[in-house]
Design a protein around this ligand. Sequence first.
Ligand SMILES: Cc1cc2nc3c(=O)[nH]c(=O)nc-3n(C[C@H](O)[C@H](O)[C@H](O)COP(=O)(O)OP(=O)(O)OC[C@H]3O[C@@H](n4cnc5c(N)ncnc54)[C@H](O)[C@@H]3O)c2cc1C
Ligand code: FES
Ligand code: FES
Length: 476
Amino acid sequence: MWKQYITPATLEEALSLLAEHQPQARIIAGGTDVLVELEHGGHPQHTTLIDITRIPDLDTVTLSDDGWVHLGPLVTQNHVVGSPVALDHGFPLAQASWSEAAPQIRNRATVAGNVITASPANDTIPALLTLGAQLRLRSAEGERVVPLEEFYTGFRQTVMKPDEILTDIAFPAMASHERGIFLKLGLRRAQAIAVVNIAVVLDVRDEHINEARVAYGSIAPTVFRASIIEHYLTGKPFLPGTIEGAVALAGEVGSPIDDVRGPATYRRAMIARLLRRALTTLLEGDEREGFPTAPVMLWGAQQARVTEPQKATVHHDGTQPIDTTINGETVTIRGGSHKTLLHMLREDAGLPGTKEGCSEGECGACTVFLDGAAVMACMVPAPRAHNADVVTIEGLAANGELHPVQRGFVTEGAVQCGYCTPGFVMAGAKLLEERPTPTTWDVQQSITGNLCRCTGYYKIIDAIERAAELTQPTEE
Ligand SMILES: Cc1cc2nc3c(=O)[nH]c(=O)nc-3n(C[C@H](O)[C@H](O)[C@H](O)COP(=O)(O)OP(=O)(O)OC[C@H]3O[C@@H](n4cnc5c(N)ncnc54)[C@H](O)[C@@H]3O)c2cc1C
Ligand code: FES
Ligand code: FES
């Protein structure tokens, strides 16, 4: 794990700290990639983490006067899903963000982090490639703009220098004659890394394809544009016959690999299948079908935004305490700086209700609220809780009464071994705060990040629905 954790108050400070602490220093944003890597012993040279998530004004999605969409480096996957600008002007990106992980991860995971990690399976990359994105990289020495097309040099390799910070992701707003879609094939619908993913943006005028951009992920060392398909489609009438002609070329796209998620032959078949589905859906104009009009976010009133910037840079190297608020009480914790929030809560704050299942953000047993948003505590460095507000399962009951979701679990018998229960209860409680009368679909979405291995899910869904009934005012 890290030896030193520094939380700068401004971007300028972050840049000079990054330069000063090379080669040991590394930026951390949502931490959902960094913590998994550290947990597995990756990048041991990075003993100093520079957390940029307390810097204000970096978490917005905006449309500039010259018609470009801009994403700040702290824009999370949930920010994209909830952004009218992204939905109206970069729909494939919104679809990609929605397909990522589960609400607790989407509340922390940034698009910038997704792009920089450079995994060929990362979902926002094909979407951003087809949207024609470019990246603004800044260091203490100056800044440069790199087209995303030129960013990747190999498997998890980019042109980024160790002292650079990605400060802006920008792409031209989609025009009214452009149609776009992102599709992902995973082994399940949530918390699944892509077996194959695809993004397509077509410029269609007078029922002809004026320009085609098609990008695939998870079938080569980097995400790439399928130029053979693009050339074929360009200039053709947008008709079913053209789609079949393009699909017939899919065998020449990429060189898929065998891995735990699927054999190469299956991937090869899915390259064609996803292309046909993407093009047919665009032809029929159905690309927005199934995209939620009111997505479940689990992000509370603060919407996972930096609302209270820090006054000055904070250093945690093991000697400085973490001053935080847990379940409404101000506490000072010493010795937790090198741990995750999960371990600090259990080992230093005396709150063992938050459970450790996987330590990889996969199971949801460690769900807590951080500044109002549901997050996986195993994916949050403990110093991130300095001057923050944390709520754990121990803080849900009020005035000696169980929270309605806890009562729902008791009434519906939604507990067997109980190990997963705190995480489910926290997710359900945040859902009811956000949506007092949820649909069954809302309830299902709220627990996509949580796994149960003995009760099964029907009773858990019943329990949260029961809790919603318990919170409704009774009629006289
Ligand atoms: C359980 C789980 C499920 C997941 N599911 C998916 C999925 O379905 N699809 C998918 O695509 N991804 C998935 N991911 C991966 C991950 O959530 C994303 O890659 C995420 O968007 C990374 O963003 P972050 O803010 O957490 O990055 P971090 O972990 O903070 O950082 C990632 C990398 O980017 C660097 N970095 C971050 N921001 C900057 C910046 N502004 N300037 C310079 N360097 C920076 C860091 O140094 C690090 O190298 C999953 C992860 C987990 C744990
Ligand atoms: S998600 Fe944190 S322990 Fe499993
Ligand atoms: S009740 Fe045992 S894992 Fe869910």
